[in-house]
Design a protein around this ligand. Structure first.
Ligand SMILES: *Cc1c(COP(=O)(O)O)cnc(C)c1O
Length: 231
């Protein structure tokens, strides 16, 4: 493990924590009420170990195969699955994930419920809100959030903790997060324990914090640039 990489991650972490603290102060919030999730996709397990050594407790991944390997390599931290999830991967994801942010359809709730039962664990879930019709990025439209929340509520092994959103490509994050915050309030009115609002990435975390984000998912600003996604 390179000492230089550790110093780089430490500096990046310091910068990201300062940004979160400043954004929290600006909106009269406490920085400790905002959980920083380090999104380590494409980066090696050694980076997870270094970040854990620097005090990060929560890690995010968006692909099952990669996530499963890293989770096995670095035990003792919390894993958040933040990517599109196929039903047939639910069992694998449930084996290591503590939290799934990308729940967006009834079949996935059913599959995760079965998977959580077979692993004899409780999984925390967030419903992923889609603000546009671009369903290839995942998410459920606002008008179906409450219906999905009611379904989640009925499951025994899934604990609905909140709402997650990725702003549509090219959208204005300020208006996108403002709309998400409105929908989060509607969700909270029926599900008072769904307090988590997972919003904000490297480029827009200040805006998300201003709109009430409780979880920011940060990759690039902590770990550096990623090669373009090939799918
Ligand atoms: C990759 C990813 C992030 C992190 O994005 P950065 O811009 O690198 O901070 C956050 N959320 C999801 C769902 C992601 O896939």
């Amino acid at each position: 493990m390179s000492a230089a990489r550790r110093v780089q991650l430490q500096e990046n972490l310091h910068a990201v924590r300062s940004r979160i603290a400043a954004a929290a102060a600006d909106s009269g919030r406490r920085p400790e009420d905002i959980t920083l999730i380090a999104v380590t996709k494409t980066f090696p397990a050694s980076d997870v170990t270094l970040l854990a050594g620097l005090g990060i407790t929560d890690f995010g991944e968006n692909r099952d195969q990669e996530a499963r390997k890293k989770a096995a390599a670095v035990p003792g931290v919390r894993w958040h699955f933040v990517g599109r999830l196929q039903r047939n991967k639910a069992r694998s994801v449930a084996s290591y994930a503590d939290v799934v942010h990308s729940v967006d359809r009834p079949e996935l709730i059913a599959a995760l419920e079965r998977a959580a039962a077979s692993h004899e664990k409780i999984i925390e879930i967030l419903l992923q809100l889609s603000l546009d019709s671009d369903t290839c990025r995942g998410g459920v439209p606002a008008e179906r959030i409450l219906e999905l929340a009611r379904l989640a509520q009925e499951s025994e092994r899934l604990e609905l903790i909140g709402l997650m959103a990725v702003p549509p490509l090219g959208s204005d994050p300020d208006s996108a997060y403002s709309r998400c915050a409105d929908i989060h309030r509607e969700l909270l009115a029926e599900h008072p324990r769904a307090t988590a609002f997972s919003a904000g990435m490297s480029g827009d975390l200040e805006i998300a914090v201003r709109h009430g984000a409780t979880h920011v998912r940060v990759g690039t600003a902590l770990l550096g640039g990623r090669p373009p996604v090939l799918r």
